[in-house]
Design a protein around this ligand. Structure first.
Ligand code: KG4
Ligand code: ZN
Length: 335
C-alpha cells in the first residue's frame, strides 16, 4: 500500500510517500521558521496561508521523486490534530479532496502518534514493547508502547512542555525563535561548572514533569546577573548551559525511572527536543546503566515532518481504519 502523508499542524509543511512493502519512497518539507522569526513565534493566520501555498507543489514534488502519478496512490494520511486549527484544516481538506477525487481511503492521524512512531522508519527499528519519551514544543510525555495504538501514559508535564521551556529560555536570553537549537548552540560556549539549576520533581516518586519553576529560576538568574552588571556573553552562555543541563538531566532521571518501573530495555525518544545533543548523551548514560538501548528518529524526522504521518497512517489504514467520506477532522486539542 502506497500512502501519501501530509503534515500541516504548525509551522512546517511536510509531505512523504510511504510504501508498506518498500518503506519510505520520498519526503519533502517546507519550513516556515524564517517567515515567523520576525514575529518571535508562530502567527497562526500566516501559517495557514503558507500551508495553502506550499502543500500542492510539495505533493507534486514527492510524487516526482518517486516517479509516481497521483493515480498510483492507495491511501492518504494527514495530521488531524493537535495543532493550530487553520493550519490543520489545510492538510485535512486537501487530503479529503484528493482522496475523494481519486476514490481512495483517507485517515486523520494524531500528530504525537506520528512522532512516537518516527523511529520505526530507521534501519534498526525498536521491537515492541518500549518506553517512549515524547518531547516537543507542546508535549512532554512518557508512554509505554505495546504496539500500534496500544499506549499507556506513564507521566507528563503538569505545566510547560520541554520545548516550550527551551523557547521561553531563549526569549529571556534574547535569542530568536525557535529557541531550542539556539539555546543549545549558545550552551556550547557555557561553563558547566558555574551554575547549577534545579532538576524539578526528581526528588519525589512519579513520572510527571514540571518545567515552569525552571523557567522562573532562569529568569531570576538572568535578572540578578543583569542587576549586578554581569550579564555579558559568557554569562548568557553559562545560563544557557545550566538550563540545558537541568532539562536534559531531569528528562534522563525520569526515563531511567520509567525503564525501572516497566522493566523494559528499549527507550524511544522523539519530538523536536530529541534533536538536542546533550539530552541524547544524558539519555544514553541513563539507559546504559540499565542495559537499555535508546532509539531516535534521524535528525530531520525529530521535528515535524510528513514521513512520520505517512508511516503512522499506513499502520492504521492496514488495520482497516479510515475517515468517513466527507468527514475531515481538524482537532486543535486532542489528548
Ligand atoms: O516536534 P516539534 O518540531 O514541533 C511540535 O510538535 O511542537 O518540536 C519543536 C520544539 C521547539 O520547542 C524547539 O525549540 C525544540 O523542539 N527543539 C529543540 C532542538 N531542536 C528543536 N530543543 C532543544 N534542542 C534542540 N536541538
Ligand atoms: Zn511535532
Amino acid at each position: 500500500m502506497r500512502v501519501l502523508g501530509i503534515e500541516t499542524s504548525c509551522d512546517e509543511t511536510g509531505v512523504a510517500l510511504y510504501d508498506t512493502q518498500r518503506g519510505l519512497l520520498a519526503d519533502a518539507l517546507h519550513s516556515q521558521i524564517a517567515m515567523h522569526a520576525e514575529y518571535g513565534g508562530v502567527v497562526p493566520e500566516l501559517a495557514s496561508r503558507d500551508h495553502t501555498r506550499r502543500l500542492l507543489p510539495l505533493i507534486d514534488n514527492v510524487l516526482e521523486q518517486a516517479s509516481m502519478g497521483r493515480q498510483q496512490l492507495d491511501a492518504i494520511a494527514y495530521t488531524a490534530g493537535p495543532g493550530l486549527v487553520g493550519a490543520l484544516m489545510v492538510g485535512a481538506s486537501t487530503a479529503h479532496g484528493m482522496a475523494r477525487a481519486l476514490g481512495i481511503p483517507v485517515l486523520g492521524v494524531h500528530h504525537m502518534e506520528g512522532h512516537l512512531l518516527a523511529p520505526m522508519l530507521e534501519n534498526e527499528p525498536p521491537d515492541f514493547p518500549f518506553v517512549a519519551l515524547l518531547v516537543s514544543g507542546g508535549h512532554t510525555q512518557l508512554v509505554r508502547v505495546d504496539g500500534i495504538g496500544r499506549y499507556q501514559l506513564l507521566g507528563e508535564s503538569v505545566d510547560d512542555a520541554a520545548g516550550e521551556a527551551f523557547d521561553k529560555a531563549a526569549k529571556m536570553l534574547g535569542l530568536d525563535y525557535p529557541g531550542g537549537p539556539r539555546v543549545a548552540a549558545l550552551a556550547e560556549h557555557g561553563d558547566p561548572g558555574r551554575m547549577r539549576f534545579p532538576r524539578p520533581m526528581t526528588d519525589r516518586p512519579g513520572l510527571d514533569f514540571s518545567f515552569s519553576g525552571l523557567k522562573t529560576h532562569t529568569l531570576t538568574t538572568i535578572r540578578e546577573l543583569d542587576g549586578r552588571g554581569q550579564l555579558d556573553d559568557q554569562a548568557r552562555a553559562d545560563v544557557a548551559r545550566a538550563f540545558e543541563e537541568a532539562v536534559a538531566d531531569t528528562l534522563a532521571i525520569k526515563c531511567r525511572r520509567a525503564l525501572e518501573q516497566t522493566g523494559l530495555a528499549r527507550l524511544v525518544v522523539a519530538g523536536g527536543v530529541s534533536a538536542n545533543v546533550r539530552l541524547r548523551a544524558r539519555l544514553e548514560e541513563a539507559a546504559s546503566k540499565r542495559g537499555a538501548r535508546v532509539y531516535y528518529p534521524r535528525g530531520r524526522f525529530c521535528t515535524d515532518n510528513g514521513a512520520m504521518i505517512a508511516y503512522a497512517g499506513a499502520q492504521r489504514l492496514l488495520a482497516g481504519e479510515q475517515d468517513e467520506v466527507g468527514q475531515m477532522k481538524a482537532v486543535p486539542r486532542w489528548p
